[in-house]
Design a protein around this ligand. Structure first.
Ligand code: GLN
Length: 559
């Protein structure tokens, strides 16, 4: 059967959880036994998110094939438990790049190249390319931004055309219903207006999904139905939830999947292409995968034991606001591991810049059951992170270092155990006397050969684990693969010295050149990796290194 398309648009304000709605709809259809994938459209002109600062656009997500992508793809992977390649992220940058390259090669055969049809055709081709490569039955595509933005107009137009051509297309419009403080009443007007803006683009929403603090009541559902040309039972409500993974359940209580299937079956009949039974979608009540998901969510609600995990970072602030989005995959990985161990995670945010010169504050770290130093770039906050790592190491607080968190663990060990007080990573100090973390010359050549963007090591890389180590115990195999996004490596010239002083490199690249994992045998849990295992963590399949941290944290707190 040709792929069926569900487009998710947004109205009123950004940040209302279009990504979670996209993931939830995709998940629900997947639980019905279909092959589903999801696409994120980012209307910005950057080719991808690789060069964006985390406070600009949240975390940079890394795909298995080395794409540096908007964080929404991470939600799709976590909900669907599938690997999603970089082609599933379509940006204006990628679209124009292709259009201009084709124009230079003369592929438009002398025609004037215009937004419509050449650019819209390119958008449709990129969507169809995903459908072809993934062989998915359903493609759920989230169109970034809000309707009414200049930037996404051509994407909305391409989606509209796809519906005219293909028919099996559903539009889901996600909006927000505010309760202005001085009025004290939930207002539908912004939703009505965003609906009108969508209509101006020639798109009638089939489903309206309303985000709000509290559930939307009957009078307002009637109003939205009346003004937005949808039946009342096609207006869905998602109130504020503690757990994003519960949103599929909230939507399914309102029968969303059956309504999507009924809609698509109706289109098929109108087209008269498929009166045959096989092509019509049949909805199964209580599909086993759905019941499994539901039970999983119910179990989480009954957890009462807690562990406190501190994330030491620096990408928290823009202006007066804290942006936890910069570490979303780390946060989700902590949750998955905690739930797997039947505890609730309490996450403490530690701004490493606070520790740069006020070391007495470090004592507060004793209240934590585990500490994570996640990935990062650049100089600010680095000395604070090193102090935190040293404190965790000396005071036996469970520690997990991710990428930069591993590099700085090496710097701490070199400075404070191996007597190399000037040791540093060359990322921060180019002229350091002891460059314990650096760029390896052969690495640059290797990466240039395999065409990895610039000098970054990106995407999946294999590692070999040493048996009889903690890391091997966590993975239960010696041959693993994790996603990477970094430029610097542990300097081979210092490995002997570090090892002689007790540091164990428990995993390396298959040819043993690159140090991938380290640990301290005499510490309850001091483990770090050059990779980003948070990208492979899933709700019911925690990443082994996070699982190990939570187990150690439970041990510290409860035994
Ligand atoms: N900045 C470091 C590097 O480029 C670490 C990167 C990261 O933590 N993702 O190697």
């Amino acid at each position: 059967m040709p792929a069926k398309h569900i487009f998710v648009t947004g109205g009123v304000v950004s940040g209302i959880g279009k990504g979670i709605v996209t993931s939830s709809i995709a998940k629900l259809i997947q639980t019905q036994g279909y092959n589903v994938t999801a696409i994120k459209i980012d209307p910005y002109l950057n080719f991808d998110a690789g060069t964006m600062r985390p406070t600009e656009h949240g975390e940079v997500w890394v795909t298995p094939d080395g794409g540096e992508i908007d964080q929404d793809l991470g939600n799709y992977e976590r909900f669907l438990d599938i690997d999603i390649p970089k082609d599933n992220n379509i940006t204006s940058g990628k679209v124009y790049w292709n259009v201009l390259n084709k124009e230079r090669k003369g592929e438009y055969l002398g025609k004037t190249v215009q937004p419509i049809p050449q650019v819209t055709n390119e958008i449709k081709d990129q969507i169809k390319n995903v459908a072809k490569k993934s062989k998915a039955d359903f493609i759920v595509t989230e169109i970034g931004g809000t309707v009414g933005d200049y930037e996404n107009v051509l994407f909305l137009e391409a989606a509209r055309q796809l519906k005219t051509e293909n028919g099996s297309v559903i539009f889901t419009h996600v909006t927000y219903l505010p309760v202005p403080g001085n009025i004290g009443e939930m207002k539908t007007k912004p939703t009505q207006h965003s609906f009108i803006q969508l209509m101006e683009r020639g798109i009638q929403a089939d489903l309206m999904i309303c985000r709000s603090e509290n559930p939307v009541d009957k009078p307002r559902i009637e109003k939205i139905s009346q003004f937005c040309n949808v039946d009342e039972d096609h207006v869905f409500t998602i109130p504020q939830m503690d757990n994003i993974y519960e949103i599929p359940i909230i939507l399914e209580k309102q029968n969303i999947t059956k309504k999507i299937f009924d809609h698509l079956n109706r289109y098929e009949r109108i087209k008269e292409t498929s009166t045959s039974i096989e092509s019509s979608l049949e909805y199964k009540v209580n599909a086993p995968d759905f019941v499994k998901w539901k039970n999983f969510i119910e179990d989480i609600k009954s957890l009462d034991k807690e562990v406190n995990i501190g994330i030491v970072g620096k990408y928290f602030k823009t202006g007066k606001y804290n942006l936890k989005d910069s570490y979303i995959s780390v946060i989700e990985a902590i949750k998955h591991a905690a739930w797997n161990n039947k505890v609730k995670p309490v996450i403490d945010w530690i701004d490493s810049q606070d520790f740069e010169d006020s070391l007495e504050k470090l004592v507060n770290l004793d209240q934590l059951d585990g500490i994570i130093v996640p990935g990062g770039f650049g100089e600010s906050g680095v000395e604070g992170k090193i102090s935190t790592i040293k404190y965790a190491r000396e005071n036996k607080i469970p520690y997990l270092g991710l990428c930069l968190g591993m590099q700085l663990a090496v710097v701490d060990y070199a400075r404070n155990v191996c007597d190399l007080p000037d040791a540093h990573t060359v990322e921060i100090d180019k002229n350091t006397k002891d460059p314990v973390v650096c760029i390896l010359p052969e690495q640059i050549i290797e990466m240039e050969k395999s065409n990895y963007g610039g000098t970054m090591r990106l995407g999946n890389w294999r590692a070999k684990l040493q048996t009889n180590t903690k890391v091997y115990g966590l993975y239960q195999t010696d041959n693993i693969s994790e996603r990477h996004r970094h430029r610097y490596e542990v300097n081979p010239d210092y490995i002997k010295l570090l090892e002689s002083k007790g540091l164990v490199f428990s995993g390396t690249s298959p040819k043993r050149k690159l140090m991938e994992f380290l640990e301290l045998p005499y510490h309850p849990y001091f483990v770090a990796t050059q990779s980003h295992p948070e990208f492979k963590s899933r709700p019911m399949k925690p990443a082994p290194m996070f699982d190990g941290l939570i187990k150690a944290a439970i041990n510290k707190k409860y035994s």
